[in-house]
Design a protein around this ligand. Sequence first.
Ligand code: ZN
Length: 141
Amino acid sequence: MNERTQYEIDETRRRLFERDLWRCRYPGCLENCTELAHRIGQGKMMVKHIQRLLRYDFGELWDAETVRRLIIHNDKNMASSCRKHNSYFDISNCEEAVRVLLAEIYQEVIEDENKRPFESIGETQKRGRPRTRPTITTNKR
Ligand SMILES: [Zn+2]
C-alpha cells in the first residue's frame, strides 16, 4: 500500500543519474548509466537483517516499510551503474561494510527532522524508555 509510485522511482533515477553525471560509478568504466544499483540489497532477508542491526546497534524498532523507505532507498545506498557492473556495488555479503553504511545513513536520518520516523518507533516509546541519541560506532565487536 505504501509502495513507491512509478513517478517517485523515475524521479529518484533522474536525480541520482544527475548526481553521478550519467556515468556508471564503477572505477574506470566510461559507460552511460542505465540502472541504479543498491549497495545494501533490497531483498526480504536483507531488510530483516537491517531491522535486526537497527535494534541491536541503535535500539530502534522500525517496520520493514520504514527500513525500505529510509535505508534501502536512501540516496547513499544507491549508485548509478551500467548493465554490466550492477552487482559490483552490492555489499550485502560484507557485514562490516553494511554496518558502516547503515551507521552513516542512520546518522543522517536521525539528524533530519523531516525524515525521522517517529511513528515507527512506537514500541520503544510506549515502554517509556528515554530517547537518547545513540553513539555511532563502527568498531568490530
Ligand atoms: Zn560500468
